[in-house]
Design a protein around this ligand. Structure first.
Ligand SMILES: [Zn+2]
Length: 261
């Protein structure tokens, strides 16, 4: 599938949007009900460096787990080509990880979704459709998450408990909809920008730039929303990441092992 220019720009916009100063305000409002003015006044001076702030204020949401290991997560599958290739390399390494599935992809490729579960990996919900949550109302988000969760459970026989929004964009409506669906949102601490079709060495170097003990890695086992064939770089990057993991003597965990129940 050719990359649509608007998809690329939407992803870029959304990744920028994820760093907008309003994100933690909306989140904390949704979670705590703190008055907006008081919270904004409290948070505004420090909100320009959003990623460090997110890590500091909301480490569990960012995927910061116990020391001694990392969680690896893969978004946008199941994919008939990318997912089996990723599963093969994970099996060679003996890693168990978490796949965030799209409901629409699970409907198209149910056998691939079941292979993930049969290989004893964890599954989470990435939404039914891969749309930016900033452009959707709370009720549309509630329906999307409920549909995705129902579809993924029907296809795999496993009830997912984790949720990662498309592009990592969390609105207050996202938090509300996830809570309604009984799903726990989690983002990441390190990404490989693998959706852009980078070579494996660059993907790994990008991950390692921000990966620390206890971190969570974001990669993609599908190119359904990104550069065609981008998963090939991802597959080749995983053994390179494994070399660092071995050097650090880190465990590789599912999100439930990493963050607990
Ligand atoms: Zn995605």
């Amino acid at each position: 599938m050719p990359l649509l220019p608007e998809a690329r720009s939407a992803a870029r916009l959304s990744h920028q949007a994820a760093r907008r100063p309003t994100l933690p305000v909306a989140l904390r409002l949704a979670v705590t009900g703190v008055p907006a003015a008081a919270l904004a006044a409290h948070a505004a001076p420090a909100l320009t460096t959003i990623r460090p702030l997110r890590l500091a204020l909301l480490p569990r949401l960012s995927g910061v787990g116990a020391p001694g290991g990392i969680a690896v997560t893969l978004d946008d599958g199941p994919d008939p080509l990318g997912t089996p290739a990723v599963l093969n390399v994970l099996a060679e390494l003996g890693w168990r990880v978490t796949f965030f599935l799209l409901g629409a992809q699970a409907v198209r490729y149910p056998e691939v979704a079941r292979r993930i579960v049969q290989a004893r990996h964890e599954i989470g919900v990435h939404g039914h459709l891969h749309r930016n949550h900033l452009a959707r109302g709370p009720q549309a988000l509630r329906r999307d998450l409920a549909r995705a969760k129902t579809v993924i459970e029907a296809v795999t026989g496993v009830r997912p408990r984790w949720f990662r929004p498309p592009y990592g964009v969390l609105s207050a409506g996202t938090v509300w909809a996830a809570r309604r669906a009984g799903l726990r949102p989690v983002l990441w601490t390190a990404w490989g920008r693998d959706w852009t079709g980078l070579p494996a060495e660059t993907i790994t170097a990008t991950v390692l730039r921000t990966l620390r003990d206890g971190g969570t890695v974001l990669l993609h086992d599908s190119d359904c929303t990104s550069v065609p064939g981008s998963w090939r770089g991802t597959v080749r990057s995983i053994p390179l990441l494994a070399a660092r993991v071995r050097a650090q003597d880190w465990q590789v965990r599912t999100l439930t092992e990493h963050l607990g129940r």
